[in-house]
Design a protein around this ligand. Structure first.
Ligand SMILES: Cc1ncc(COP(=O)(O)O)c(C=O)c1O
Ligand SMILES: NCC(=O)CCC(=O)O
Length: 459
């Protein structure tokens, strides 16, 4: 009996998260035994160059020795105390140093919890019930956020999830991404009822679909005008696309010349907290709340909500919005997060950007060479290869759903056979790391021509 068959007897679908199943590409998922730098090793000892990066956290590559040491040292001091620790304070300070607008930070264990809490906080702060999300954006699997969710829900072609009550679903309004008029219409239709707009400021869960220029600033302006909060879900982009996340990347594009890193932001902290209640709507106006996950936990279960001090202070025990967690701010997870952020300097981001743009160029070239219709879309170092005939950029979920999933599946399996692990869905971003050196990149590049022929159906 294979390990997968064994797994299926005791675990639904054999996986603990649906995105790990090979549902849309076919075949059995690969079981991983260990990972190091840019490489994964399966239970048969086979090596793969990894472009999944644990779905985002592995910015430094797998099992970075300093991160592992930090976790081992923390483990030796005790696994969990259920009491505050200095490491939580240090990690919150590190987050705020990179994102000063996250004036206060609360740690939880998953991105799902972070987004769920941000929504509750927005409702508590405004006294309103309705939430607006964008079709194709994924904000974790809490009931209210599963409508037209991207990621695994998109991969499975589901409109949402069974088990969500009509009452809950009815409090989430779904709007097409990048559609200013649709959002205007929703605010007009529900005056004084919308608590928050939640967005991935650079969506990567319907494949990478970057925001139109000015779209995030538009979101800031319209929410401020209507007294709703704006939530940037940077669970995926935070500390991955830039030292200060997508928010930092957009701001640095506005404030500094291209290719110049923003200076350390610590000195801005005191002037920006608490942030003003109504934003100016300028191109670099911050959201009220952020959610972070993935990189901030360095591969351990950790995520965060951060934002305006006056809003964050509504959380219990200071305020009436309840949020809790036995393992929140866990000492092993905070140790991994601190070590990861300490190591993630501008050289790390420059390395990830460079390997990402080299790989995007190589993928384009290999697919053009063979005549495979496709479109590569990127947001920072994140990118997706959409298979299919696209005569214009993909700007929303409806367009992303027109991709040729069968061509992707053929490409995916040819890459896997050649020892390259891609996310098993065309609705996901490829994740690279600072450990992807020339050797790792070359192995991906060498696999491309064969996979391109396979995508065409000519393998
Ligand atoms: C943008 C975004 N938000 C939220 C989540 C949920 O995070 P988690 O899987 O840690 O619950 C994810 C990914 O899973 C994500 O990509
Ligand atoms: N981009 C999609 C995810 O990161 C989801 C991971 C998971 O649910 O396992």
């Amino acid at each position: 009996m294979s390990l997968y068959q064994r797994a299926c007897r005791v675990i639904p679908g054999g996986v603990d998260s649906p995105v790990r199943a090979f549902g849309s590409v076919g075949g059995d998922p690969v079981f991983i035994a260990r990972a190091s730098g840019p490489y994964l090793y399966d239970t048969d000892g086979r090596e793969y160059v990894d472009a999944v990066g644990s779905w985002g956290p592995a910015l430094l590559g797998h099992a970075h020795p300093e991160v592992v040491r930090a976790v081992q040292e923390a483990a030796a001091r005790g696994l969990s105390f259920g009491a505050p620790t200095e490491a939580e304070v240090e990690l919150a300070e590190a987050v705020r140093a990179r994102v000063p607008e996250a004036a206060k930070v609360r740690f939880v264990s998953t991105g799902t919890e972070a987004c769920m809490t941000a929504i509750r906080l927005a409702r508590g702060a405004t006294g309103r019930d309705l939430i607006v999300k964008f079709a194709g954006c994924y904000h974790g699997h809490s009931d209210g956020l599963l409508a037209a969710a991207g990621s695994g829900v998109a991969t499975q072609g589901l409109p949402g999830s069974a088990g969500v009550t009509a009452a809950t679903a009815g409090q989430t309004i779904v709007v097409p991404y990048n559609d200013e008029a649709a959002l205007e219409a929703v605010f007009d239709a529900y005056p004084d009822q919308i608590a928050a707009v939640i967005t991935e400021p650079a969506p990567a869960n319907m494949g990478v679909v970057p925001p139109a220029v000015g779209f995030n600033a538009f979101l800031r302006a319209i929410t401020a005008r209507h007294g709703a909060l704006l939530i940037f879900d940077e669970v995926l982009t935070g500390f991955r696309v830039h030292r200060s996340g997508w928010w930092g990347l957009e701001r640095s594009a506005v404030e500094t010349p291209p290719l110049v890193e923003t200076p350390p932001l610590v000195e801005l902290v005191e002037t920006t907290a608490p942030a003003p209640k109504a934003s100016t709507g300028s191109p670099n106006a911050a959201p009220d709340l952020f959610t972070f996950g993935k990189v901030v936990g360095g591969g351990m279960p950790l995520a965060a909500i951060g934002g305006r001090a006056d809003v964050m202070d509504l959380l219990a025990p200071l305020g009436p919005v309840y949020q809790a967690g036995t393992l929140s701010g866990n000492p092993l997870a905070t140790a991994a997060g601190i070590a990861t952020l300490r190591l993630a300097d501008i050289n790390v981001y420059a390395a990830v950007d460079a390997v990402s743009s080299d790989l995007q160029a190589a993928v384009n070239e290999a697919l053009f060479e063979v005549g495979v219709p496709h479109l590569v879309q990127s947001a920072g170092s994140l990118f997706t290869v959409f298979f299919g005939d696209f005569d214009r950029p993909i700007t929303d979920y409806a367009a992303a759903q027109r991709q040729d999933s069968a061509a992707f599946a053929r490409f995916f399996h040819a890459m896997l056979d050649a020892g390259v692990a891609l996310p098993p869905s065309g609705y996901e971003a490829w994740f690279l790391s600072a450990a992807h050196d020339d050797a790792a990149l070359n192995r991906i590049v060498e696999a491309l021509p064969g996979a391109a022929r396979a995508a065409l159906g000519a393998a």
